[in-house]
Design a protein around this ligand. Structure first.
Ligand code: PMP
Length: 312
């Protein structure tokens, strides 16, 4: 995965500030015990309208609230304040291309207390340019990791907490060490869960299958959008059910979905080619439908998009 370049400015402590001014002390809960929750959302650049359109801003705010609720991080962030912060930062950065924003709530003080008055929380948000990855066209290979995805009874995957990404980091390091592009994690029952940053879909005959949301996965926003497109736009049958490891090898197609990886084809798993070993027709059709929807700008008919500031 390409390293992100560092922007000049970041949203930190209630304002757009120079990147290097966004600092927290080492002796804080966020550094010591990874006490932070975050979201990753995209803004697609619309050159005709000279502005970005953010995808599912409302759902990202709701999930950030859910994550903060479980981890008891106090905050007052709502959709309006997030959009205002995003607009100010995007205007300052003046990126005229697709972008990725990572709003993050973090705990500076509070240790093991659920008492909001005993805590001090902060909020920061970087925005990065996020060009389309080459792997959208070529596809990637995956390794089924020997690390299991944490469960709802350990480090709940529905909470998008920084701490959860330690589990996913181990799997990604294993995949990288063995020359694969991504790791697929099984859950504690040995069924397919998700990757380090995406949901898994398989195509078997005329049916598209993806693990259900109780299979130790993030309740992914792209996953729900892609299920909607598969059913409504492509007229395909979609099943949410347990997926066995061997089904990854036996499927006609496998693809991953997520805010960052969009719809990425998987062309091999554990050294076994998927289907013909190249992106298949369902994957490319759903890629097309996804881009059409997220790049529709003011013609958005699904209610997925929120307009960013017009850049002069
Ligand atoms: N699973 C994990 C572990 C992730 O980090 C992500 C990225 N947020 C996803 C799935 C995809 O979720 P979304 O579609 O909401 O970006």
């Amino acid at each position: 995965m390409a390293e992100l370049s560092t922007p000049d400015h970041i949203w930190f402590d209630g304002a757009v500030r120079p990147w290097h001014e966004a600092r927290v002390h080492v002796w804080t809960e966020t550094v010591l015990r990874a006490a932070s929750v975050f979201e990753g959302l995209r803004g697609y650049w619309n050159p005709q309208e000279s502005r970005h359109y953010f995808v599912h801003l409302d759902r990202h705010v709701r999930r950030l609230h859910d994550s903060a609720k479980v981890t008891r991080i106090p905050h007052t962030l709502d959709e309006e304040t997030l959009l205002k912060a995003l607009s100010e930062l995007v205007s300052a950065l003046d990126y005229r291309e697709d972008i990725y924003a990572r709003p993050t709530l973090y705990l500076e003080k509070g240790r093991y207390t659920a008492d909001a008055s005993a805590m001090q929380a902060g909020f920061f948000m970087p925005v990065f340019p996020s060009p389309r990855e080459k792997t959208i066209d070529t596809g990637i290979t995956c390794l089924v990791s020997s690390w299991r995805r944490s469960g709802d009874d350990t480090a709940p995957p529905k909470v998008k907490a920084a701490a959860n990404y330690y589990n996913l980091r181990l799997a990604r390091l294993e995949a990288d060490t063995h020359g694969y592009g991504e790791a697929i994690l099984l859950n504690s029952a040995g069924k397919v869960a998700e990757t380090g940053g995406a949901s898994v879909f398989i195509v078997r005959g005329d049916t598209v299958v993806t693990p259900g949301i109780s299979e130790s996965i993030l309740d992914s926003i792209t996953r729900a959008s892609v299920i909607e497109l598969l059913r409504d736009s492509l007229g395909l049958r979609v099943e949410e059910r347990q997926v066995e490891r061997t089904e990854l090898y036996l499927s006609d197609e496998v693809f991953l979905t997520g805010t960052l990886c969009e719809v990425t084809p998987v062309v091999g798993v554990d050294g076994t080619p998927v289907g013909q070993g190249r992106p298949g027709p369902v994957t490319t059709a759903v890629q097309r439908a996804y881009y059409e929807a997220v790049q529709s700008g003011s013609a958005d008919t699904r209610g997925w998009l929120t307009a960013g500031p017009r850049l002069g």
